[in-house]
Design a protein around this ligand. Structure first.
Ligand code: AMP
Length: 191
């Protein structure tokens, strides 16, 4: 399986990605997690992107695309993967298309988690208390939601046109949402 999971910040992408990837025995690859780890380890990349991330802005496409291409080349990703938080721009969609074409693979499905805005802000403020993420404060949260709506949400139409989009109601508890995702993935034909 080669899957994407998309949705606004706070929609539960990371949680669902881990559960779905586990189910299929594929790695869940989160660009956000890779970036946060670089910031925490104060690598060159981390130092370069720290301010951008803390303000809720996107990391430049070229940097993000390089990170993803390298990660998808690792041995555990040969048989499939679930990308969480990538692509987020049209440029990244095209980069992923090229990566897939080069390896003669195709996407199986794009999971879109849908949650309304006020529920998102509430979830993110709760996560801020639990995880202490520097980009989980109300001002940055609202900014990230705006960036998502403007730059990333339009990409869903691209995947819908390709017949790959699975729109899932992301409201409710974790198991309930996982159940909905699993059910809609059952109908995805094998590539
Ligand atoms: P996430 O954990 O997916 O919410 O990502 C956290 C932050 O990492 C985002 O707000 C961006 O600053 C950065 N980031 C993650 N994925 C991408 C991406 N595909 N393109 C650009 N920036 C990204």
């Amino acid at each position: 399986m080669r899957l994407l999971i998309m949705g606004p910040p706070g929609a539960g992408k990371g949680t669902q990605a881990a559960l779905i990837a586990d189910h299929f025995g594929i790695p869940a690859i989160s660009t956000g997690a890779i970036f946060r780890s670089n910031v925490a380890r104060q690598t060159d990349l981390g130092r370069q992107i720290k301010t951008l991330m803390e303000s809720g802005n996107y990391v430049p496409d070229e940097i993000t695309e390089q990170i993803v291409a390298a990660r998808l080349d690792e041995p555990d990703a040969v048989g499939g993967w679930l990308l969480d938080g990538f692509p987020r721009t049209l440029h990244q969609v095209q980069a992923l298309d090229r990566i897939l074409a080069a390896s003669h693979h195709r996407l199986d499905a794009v999971i879109s988690l849908e949650v309304d805005d006020e529920a998102l802000v509430h979830r993110l403020l709760t996560r801020a208390e639990i995880e202490g993420r520097l980009d989980d404060n109300e001002q940055t949260i609202r900014h990230r939601m705006r960036v998502y709506r403007e730059d990333t949400a339009p990409l869903l139409a691209t995947y819908a046109e390709r017949g790959l989009l699975l729109s899932i109601d992301g409201d409710g508890d974790i198991d309930e949402v996982t159940g909905r995702v699993a059910k809609s993935l059952e109908r995805v034909p094998a590539n």
